[in-house]
Design a protein around this ligand. Structure first.
Ligand code: NAP
Length: 252
C-alpha cells in the first residue's frame, strides 16, 4: 500500500470513528471523572499520568512529522507548528497537574493515545508534506485570520474555565460544586465549548480534512458529554442556575 492510500484510508476511518463515537457517547459516558465508576473499563491510572500519556502523541507526533517532512523553511508551516505546540504545552505540561480526586481507566488512556497518534499523523503529514506548501500570503487569508481568532479565543475560554473548576476544591477536598463566573455564566461546559472552538479554528487555519477529523471526533465526544453533564448538575443541585445552557450560550 502506498502512503497516500494509507493516508486516505486513515482519514475516512477517523470520520467513521467520529460517527461511531457520536452514537456510542449518547448511550455510554467515557469512564473518567464524574462517570469514572459508571462501568468497569480496566485498571485505573492517576489522572496526571493518564492525561500526559494520552496527550503526548500530539506534540511529539507533530514534531516528528515536521522533522521528517520537507517544509522546515516554510513560514506558514512554522507558524502552525508554533500554534499546535502552544496548545499542547498547556495540555501535556500544565493541565495534567491540576489536582483531581478522580482517576482514569487504562482503556480510555490507550484509546486516547491511539486516536491522538492518528490525528498527529493526519495533521502533521498534511501540513509538512502532502498538503499545499502555502506562502506567507496565507497568513492574511480570512480563513487563517478567522481561524486564529477562534483558536486563541477557544484556548482562553478553555483555560479560564479550567481555572474556575480548579478553584472549586480546597486542597484534599473531593466532590463537586456549582461552578460560577466566566463562561459558566452562560453554559455548563465552557471548557468543552473552548476546546471545540479551538479545533474549529485549527481546521480553518490548516484548511485540511485531517484537522476536521480531530474536530469531528472531539465534537462526537464532547457534545453528548456536555448534555449529560448538564442533566447531571440539574439532578444533583436544586439551585442550579436555570438560565444556564448546556454548551451553546442562549441556544442549547
Ligand atoms: N478533544 C476531545 O475529544 C476531548 C475529550 C475529553 C476531554 N477533552 C478536554 O479535556 C478537558 C477536560 O475534560 P473533562 O471531561 O475532564 O472536563 P470536566 O469533567 O469539566 O473536568 C475538568 C476538571 O474539573 C474538575 N471538575 C469538574 N466539574 C467540577 C465541579 N463541579 N466541582 C469540582 N471540580 C470539578 C474535574 O474533576 P474530576 O476529574 O475529579 O471529575 C476535572 O479535574 C476539557 O478541556 C475538554 O475539552 C477533550
Amino acid at each position: 500500500m502506498t502512503e497516500p492510500t494509507f493516508y486516505s484510508w486513515l482519514l475516512w476511518g477517523m470520520f467513521a470513528v467520529a460517527a461511531g463515537t457520536a452514537i456510542f457517547s449518547v448511550f455510554v459516558p467515557a469512564p473518567y471523572g464524574r462517570y469514572g465508576r459508571t462501568w468497569w473499563s480496566g485498571p485505573d491510572l492517576p489522572s496526571w499520568l493518564a492525561w500526559m500519556l494520552m496527550e503526548l502523541p500530539q506534540p511529539v507526533g507533530l514534531g516528528l512529522w515536521f522533522a521528517l517532512g520537507d517544509r522546515q523553511g516554510n513560514t506558514v508551516a512554522l507558524v502552525l507548528l508554533a500554534m499546535w505546540m502552544f496548545h499542547y504545552a498547556y495540555r501535556t505540561l500544565i493541565y495534567p497537574f491540576i489536582p483531581r480526586s478522580s482517576t482514569m481507566s487504562l482503556s480510555v488512556v490507550a484509546l486516547g493515545f491511539l486516536l491522538n497518534s492518528g490525528f498527529s499523523y493526519l495533521i502533521g503529514r498534511w501540513i509538512f508534506h502532502f498538503g499545499p506548501a502555502r506562502g506567507v500570503e496565507w497568513l492574511w487569508d480570512p480563513r487563517f485570520l478567522g481561524g486564529t481568532l477562534c483558536f486563541f479565543g477557544g484556548f482562553a475560554l478553555s483555560v479560564s474555565s479550567d481555572l474556575i473548576l480548579r478553584g472549586l476544591r480546597k486542597p484534599g477536598e473531593k466532590g463537586y460544586k456549582i461552578p460560577r463566573g466566566g463562561g459558566f455564566r452562560f453554559v455548563t461546559s465552557p471548557n468543552y465549548l473552548g476546546e471545540l472552538l479551538e479545533w474549529t479554528g485549527w481546521t480553518l487555519v490548516t484548511w485540511s480534512l485531517g484537522s476536521a477529523t480531530l474536530l469531528a471526533v472531539s465534537a462526537a465526544n464532547l457534545v453528548p458529554r456536555a448534555r449529560r453533564n448538564h442533566r447531571w448538575y440539574h439532578e444533583r443541585f436544586p439551585d442550579y442556575p436555570s438560565e444556564r445552557k448546556a454548551l451553546v450560550p442562549f441556544v442549547w
